[in-house]
Design a protein around this ligand. Structure first.
Ligand code: ATP
Ligand code: MG
Length: 409
């Protein structure tokens, strides 16, 4: 397919991105649209699977007929057969009238079966029959009915695993999977992440009538290296949150950490890079080093918080006189019971005591030093690249190089 055609589709459906996997998915969708072949869209949650069946239907000879998107996971097992294939009057308690079901109403059109892996076994048998012969029977009925429906299905579960566990029929899988379309995860799409951010930032600025947010260079690096377990949906949500909550319109790496959970950013970042990012870690030990290295950051944060509590306590002691522990003024109440305060003080004093015996910050300094050394080594001394690989800003790397005395090495 030529580029022009691809651009036309992207514009029409507001699809952003140039990643080859995304282009291939759209290309296959357009190629199979004129046929009646079943299509199975495979991809993690939030990758944008729902756009594909719409593209297929709108570009098929069925475009003027009905299109239904049905989420198989959200219909209770007891009613799904009747919803899909209809029922006869009195076929079950509450079936006062008859119903045609989606396969009847959608005759000549397209049905999108989202989360098809969630279909109960009995429904899978009915679906296989309608796919093979175009025939179905309503719940509680006898009469064989005919329908002409094109099926596009989607799944974010591992179908082969579902088959091996006896949860999904193998014959149905092959029937649905005539044409598979893979949607790539967001973490593999490189610069598309930034393009999508720009799209969502614009949309949110418009929606909330606020100036558009942008990304500082260090924040871009984090965005590009994060694992995005919730894919495009997560990126959209985070961009919305930042658009609304951030006073500063240029988002920095530091600000991003409030929106991207730190534990996920660190552990998943490490695993992803190990599993096929631009840098491959030599061993699991390297990945562990990385996690420990970031944990060290968490410990520093905790220490900072404790220091703040200590300062507050000292201020309150001075305000209330040195004798005894007095309640600290708080925003929500003016008095606090003495016991919790005592506990807080114990905590601070414990931490003070620990500080003396904690010069190595949990002995992680060595690990941190090795991490930095290895990252620099792997990147031929290029600090920018090493910082990217470690998922930290250039400035933080520079500070750590000084801290570990690596600049004199
Ligand atoms: N390439 C893209 N350009 C613009 N918006 C996109 C793109 N891909 C996905 N989106 C948006 O991301 C959100 C999530 O996409 P979608 O609902 O299609 O995910 P999904 O793959 O169906 O996920 P799930 O398996 O959880 O249902 C939607 O708001 C969609 O419009
Ligand atoms: Mg979906």
């Amino acid at each position: 397919m030529n580029d022009k055609e691809l651009q036309r589709v992207k514009q029409r459906y507001n699809i952003v991105g140039n990643h080859s996997g995304l282009n291939r998915a759209l290309d296959v969708a357009l190629q199979v649209a004129p046929t009646d072949l079943s299509v199975l869209i495979i991809g993690e949650s939030g990758v944008g699977k729902e756009i594909i069946p719409r593209v297929i239907h709108d570009n098929s000879p069925r475009r003027r007929e009905k299109y239904f998107a049905i989420n198989c996971g959200s219909i209770p097992e007891g009613t799904i057969d009747s919803e899909l294939f209809g029922h006869e009057k009195g076929s079950f308690t509450g079936a006062v009238g008859e119903s045609e079901g989606y396969f009847g109403i959608a005759n000549k059109g397209t049905i999108f079966l989202d989360e098809v892996g969630e279909l109960p076994m009995a429904t899978q048998a009915r679906l296989l029959r309608v796919l093979e012969t175009g025939e179905y029977i309503r719940v509680g009925g006898q009469e064989i009915r005919k329908t002409d429906v094109r099926i596009v299905a989607a799944t974010n579960v591992n179908m082969r695993k579902a088959i091996s566990e006896g949860k999904f029929r193998e014959d149905l899988f092959y029937r649905l999977n005539t044409i598979p379309i893979q949607m790539p995860p967001l973490r593999d799409r490189g610069d598309d992440i930034l393009l999508l951010f720009r799209l969502f930032a614009l949309q949110m600025a418009d929606k909330y009538r606020l100036p558009k947010i942008t990304l500082a260079e260090d924040a871009k690096q984090i965005m590009l290296h994060y694992k995005w377990p919730g894919n495009v949906r997560q990126l959209k949500n985070i961009t919305e949150q930042m658009s609304v909550l951030s006073e500063q319109r240029e988002i920095t790496a530091e600000m991003l950490t409030h929106f991207i959970p730190r534990d996920m950013e660190t552990t998943q970042l490490a695993v992803v890079q190990g599993a096929g990012g631009s840098h491959t870690y030599e061993s699991e030990r390297d990945i562990l080093y990385k996690i420990l290295y970031e944990l060290r950051g968490n410990v520093s944060d905790l220490r900072r918080d404790l220091n703040n509590v200590r300062k507050q306590l000292e201020e309150s002691r001075q305000l209330n006189g040195a004798a005894g522990f007095q309640p600290i003024p708080s925003k929500s109440s003016n008095t606090l019971p003495a016991a919790p305060i005592k506990r807080q003080v114990d905590l601070v004093e414990d931490a003070e005591a620990e500080e003396i015996s904690e010069p190595e910050t949990l002995n992680l300094n060595d690990v941190g030093k090795q991490m930095v050394e290895k990252a620099l080594e792997r990147n031929g001394g290029n600090r920018k690249k090493a910082a990217q690989e470690l998922g930290i800003s250039d400035r933080t790397l520079y500070r750590r190089i000084k801290l570990y005395g690596l600049d004199n090495a």
